[in-house]
Structures are given as structure tokens and as C-alpha cells.
Design a protein around this ligand. Structure first.
Ligand code: RET
Length: 287
């Protein structure tokens, strides 16, 4: 009896090692797919160039608020170079067996979960920079940042859930709800602030660019191997890499170029705070 159990355990352990690829094996699988590894290396190169360029562009910026916009924006390529180094080395990629009901049920699918993890660090930096540009109050800034981080973390949960096909999509749905909050602040709240603070023109350009690019991510997630699997892994990876190039490096360049040339506009903006003027029930007591 005990021998039989021990035999079963050995078989399970062997099966487990077969399913779990080692990091060098994943690294090799990535290197063997030229299209996939190019989608990582291109971003490592562009992130590196962006870091050098942005440091150079910010060399004379003196105003603390403008400096904060520079630091937040500089974090975007810094997180990106780390993120893509994790992917290309195989550290943040896993082969996961898809559950019953999935288009690739029972197959091992390459999952670039490191992307979703590092989005939780890079996207708040993009939004912090945009919020400072618009002149957001603390409430809207906090709301968009927590919604955004929650969107990324629940997106990560969607990609990593392999126990149930339905629950994968439920996570996806939750992530989309957080995304709606992000879109609401970007499209409804911040344009009003930007108008009042004299940054409407550049804010609206960056808002359109951001919304258009960001909508691409959930679409490619749904179409890629993790969703309904009509696109293969390398194409999906290129789609994300392409969106990243515009949503991160081009976005950051446009923003920092404007801030460096219009530092005085940023310096004259009110500091981030909680504005109580429009709040109901906020009138001071008259005793
Ligand atoms: C996921 C899948 C679940 C549903 C939604 C998603 C949205 C992701 C977005 C990512 C933006 C990433 C950027 C990265 C730059 O570093 C997680 C794909 C709504 C909007 C701009």
C-alpha cells in the first residue's frame, strides 16, 4: 500500500517537473522564436535611449512640480527596461496549461505575466505625470491611481488563473471595471482641471493618445493566446510592444518636451490638494 502511494507520488513529481519548464529552458524557447525575442529587444533598446534623452531634456528644469513630472515620466522607461529584461531572460514568463473551455485547453501557453506585474508600476507613473499636468485634486489623483493599480493586478490574476476558464474571464471583467474608472477621470474630470489651469491643449493631445493606446491592451489580451487565441503569442507580444512604444516613449517625449518649454505654466499651478469648495455639507458651521 505504502509502496503504491510512494510510486504514485514519484510519478506525480516527474509529471510536475515535465510541466514546469526551468528558466534556462524558457530562455531558450524565447531565443528560438526570433519574432518574439525581437519584440523584447526593441523595447530594451528604445527604453535605454529614452532614459538618456529624458535625463538630458530635464537638465535645466528647476521648478519642483515640473521636476516631479520629469521624475515620474523618467520612471516609465526605467520600469520598462527592467520589465523587458525580465521577459527576455525568461524570469517573468511561464508556460501555463489552459483550463477546459479555453481555445487551447490542455496546451501549455507561454504567458508573459511579467508585463502585467510591471504595468502596476509604470502606468501609475504615466497617470501621476498626467494628473500633475492637468492640475488634479488629491481625490481624483488617488482614485485613478488605485483603480489603475487594481486594473493591472486583476489583469495579472486573469492571466495566471488556470483552474477555471469562467474565472479567468471574471477577473478580466473586474479589471475592465477598474479601467472604466481610469477612463472616467481621464475623459471627464481632468479635462476640466486642465482647462482651468491653462494646460488644456497639451493635456488633450496626451489624453487622446493615452486613451487610444490603452484601449488596445485589453483588446489584444482578449484576442491573444490568453483570451480567445486568434492571435499567436509572438504577434500578441509585438502588439503590446508596439502599443508600449507609443504609450510610453512617444507619450513621454511629447509631455517632457512641452514641460521643459513651458515650465512657468506648471510652476504657477495650484498645489495638489483636496478642494472642498464644491462639496455638499462642507459649509462651515455658523456658531
Ligand atoms: C488587461 C487585461 C484585463 C482587462 C484590462 C487590461 C488593461 C490593460 C491596460 C494596460 C496598459 C498598459 C500600459 C503600459 C505601459 O507601460 C490587464 C490587459 C482592462 C490598459 C500603458
Amino acid at each position: 500500500m505504502l509502496e503504491a502511494i510512494a510510486g504514485d507520488m514519484a510519478a506525480i513529481a516527474q509529471f510536475g517537473t515535465f510541466l514546469e519548464m526551468t528558466q534556462p529552458e524558457i530562455f531558450e524557447a524565447v531565443q528560438d522564436d526570433a519574432l518574439l525575442s525581437a519584440s523584447f529587444w526593441v523595447n530594451i533598446a528604445l527604453a535605454g535611449l529614452s532614459i538618456l534623452l529624458f535625463v538630458y531634456m530635464g537638465r535645466n528644469v528647476k521648478d519642483p512640480r515640473a521636476q516631479l513630472i520629469f521624475v515620474a515620466t523618467l520612471m516609465v522607461p526605467l520600469v520598462s527596461i527592467s520589465s523587458y529584461t525580465g521577459l527576455v531572460s525568461g524570469l517573468t514568463i511561464s508556460f501555463l496549461e489552459m483550463p477546459a473551455g479555453h481555445a487551447l485547453a490542455g496546451e501549455e501557453v507561454l504567458t508573459m505575466w511579467g508585463r502585467y506585474l510591471t504595468w502596476a508600476l509604470s502606468t501609475p507613473m504615466i497617470l501621476l505625470a498626467l494628473g500633475l499636468l492637468a492640475g488634479s485634486n488629491a481625490t481624483d489623483l488617488f482614485t485613478i491611481l488605485v483603480a489603475d493599480i487594481s486594473m493591472c493586478v486583476t489583469g495579472l490574476a486573469a492571466a495566471l488563473t488556470v483552474s477555471s476558464h469562467g474565472l479567468r474571464w471574471f477577473w478580466y471583467f473586474i479589471s475592465c471595471m477598474f479601467f472604466l474608472v481610469v477612463l472616467y477621470v481621464l475623459l471627464v474630470k481632468w479635462p476640466e482641471d486642465a482647462k482651468a489651469n491653462g494646460t488644456a491643449e497639451i493635456f488633450n493631445t496626451l489624453k487622446i493618445l493615452t486613451v487610444a493606446m490603452w484601449l488596445g491592451y485589453p483588446i489584444f489580451w482578449a484576442l491573444g493566446a490568453e483570451g480567445i487565441a486568434v492571435l499567436d503569442v509572438a504577434i500578441t507580444s509585438w502588439a503590446y510592444s508596439g502599443l508600449d512604444i507609443v504609450a510610453k516613449y512617444i507619450f513621454a517625449f511629447l509631455l517632457l518636451n512641452w514641460v521643459a518649454k513651458n515650465e512657468s505654466v506648471i510652476a504657477d499651478m495650484p498645489s495638489v490638494g483636496v478642494d472642498r469648495s464644491g462639496a455638499s455639507g462642507a459649509a462651515p458651521a455658523d456658531d
